[in-house]
Design a protein around this ligand. Structure first.
Ligand SMILES: [Zn+2]
Length: 438
């Protein structure tokens, strides 16, 4: 494969023509692998694709039908395997909270390629072998923890495979080993900060320089809050197990969108109603084809994640285009009295308010025939002492700004720190108590 002729540093900066030529070669190879799976051989032959030669240009990818999560479930457990099972060295699976899990299999070469992507991603944020890396993402079938682990080791960082939870131990290790870089969900970073003082620590005890945050869509305001609270740089990242896991896209030190590594992933953005492509720069559902995995090839996967491709080149010189932060999942969108609302819009408003704490919850319920939206958020303890007027003013300001942003009048309830359930791992920020309307 021609991609093997390039060193990874060259791949990051290939000119666009060379990059597209490499994508086409790798796409053909992926289609060839897909034709060996029971699932895709049927699916591709159904649209007249019987060999990789039927893909002549990158635009020919549009001849291939989309793949959905349900397709992956249908192929469970071995329907998407394209090599002999003895060639597979690892599997990862989605949690299966909403039905049959989905499984991805990796050959040793697949894992090596994935590790290349994570090394590249870590380097883009300024990580070097001098760094101490405390990985607070869950290890296991979930790819969040183990995904960056191998890249961090290959880069030469000192890796602490802390996994998630156990906040006391996380603080102890951060102090004792003088951790410089952490990897965590944004909600866990906020949780850490909220517990720091009561656990007897202050920022002076640590040597933290950067946080790599991901696994949850979050707003720019949350990033800034994490940066201000810890006095560090926080870098956004994007990945999903169907596309290996972390390091599909990662921010560089410019922090202006995430480079989606195009030598490894073919990216499309589509309108989720018409399923037609949207223009570069327009928000659409991300559709991804993985170009660096043969164990489980996946073509044109509908991620349900909404983002836009940023067409302008990045000043860092990397040639892979960037995507905006994920606005939300199509699944997450709430319809409140007929108006579409993304939880991220609500988060943006409350996180920029002075005095707001690190934990919030969005609740929706029926009141008569109408939907009622209530935002519960924690505020600093000092506001509860003798500042009833301040509290009242803050609540009124949030209601007004929410109404301007989402065009809905929401009720806002302010609470003391510790009132809301603790968020660890992937945060639950929305409780919809309306039940089914059908
Ligand atoms: Zn860049």
């Amino acid at each position: 494969m021609i991609g093997d002729l390039y060193a990874d540093e060259e791949l990051e900066r290939l000119d666009r023509d060379a990059l597209r030529a490499l994508q086409l070669l790798r796409l053909k190879k992926t289609v060839e692998a897909a034709l060996l799976t029971p699932f895709y051989s049927k699916r591709l032959k159904g649209v007249g694709i019987t060999s990789a030669e039927d893909i002549r240009t990158l635009d020919d990818v549009r001849k291939i039908p989309y793949t959905t999560k349900d397709d992956l479930r249908e192929a469970y457990p071995y329907g998407l395997l394209s090599v002999d099972r003895s060639e597979i060295v690892r599997m990862h699976a989605s949690s299966g909270t909403t039905g049959t899990p989905t499984v991805i299999y990796h050959t040793q070469k697949d894992l090596d390629q994935w590790t290349n992507m994570t090394v590249r991603s870590l380097r883009a944020t300024g990580c070097t072998k001098e760094d101490v890396f405390q990985n607070m993402m869950t290890y296991g079938l979930f790819t969040g923890g183990i995904g960056l682990h191998y890249g961090a080791e290959r880069l030469g960082m000192l890796v602490i495979p802390a996994s998630s939870g156990n906040t006391t131990r996380q603080f102890n290790m951060m102090k004792d080993f003088q951790t410089t870089t952490v990897h965590a969900t944004p909600s866990y970073m906020l949780h850490l900060y909220s517990r720091m003082e009561e656990m007897g620590y202050s920022l002076k005890d640590f040597n933290l320089k950067r946080a790599l945050i991901g696994a949850e869509p979050h707003s720019e305001e949350v990033r800034q809050k994490i940066e201000e609270l810890f006095d560090i740089d926080a870098y956004n990242s994007y990945g999903l197990s169907e596309m290996n896991g972390p390091s599909v896209a990662f921010e560089c030190t410019q922090k202006k969108g995430m480079h989606l590594w195009e030598d490894a992933y073919l990216v499309e953005t589509i309108d989720r109603s018409s399923l037609e492509p949207v223009e570069e720069g327009e928000m659409g559902e991300l559709v991804l084809t993985i170009l660096i995995r043969t164990g489980t090839p996946i073509l044109r996967y509908r991620t349900k994640d909404l983002a836009a491709i940023i067409p302008e080149p990045c000043s860092c010189g990397r040639t892979s285009r960037r995507i905006t932060r994920i606005k939300g999942r199509t699944d997450d969108m709430l319809i409140i009295n007929g108006v579409n609302v993304f939880p991220s819009q609500i988060e943006e408003v409350i996180m920029k308010m002075p005095g707001i704490g690190t934990n919030y919850l969005i609740k929706v319920r029926k009141e008569g025939t109408l939907d009622k939206l209530t935002i519960h958020t924690e505020v600093g303890a000092e506001l509860f002492t003798d500042n009833a007027q301040d509290l009242h003013n803050l609540r009124r300001r949030i209601v007004e700004e929410l109404s301007a942003s989402i065009t809905i009048k929401a009720a806002v309830e302010l609470h003391e720190p510790g009132f809301l359930p603790v968020q660890q791992g992937k945060a639950i920020r929305v409780v919809d108590e309306r039940g089914s309307v059908f």
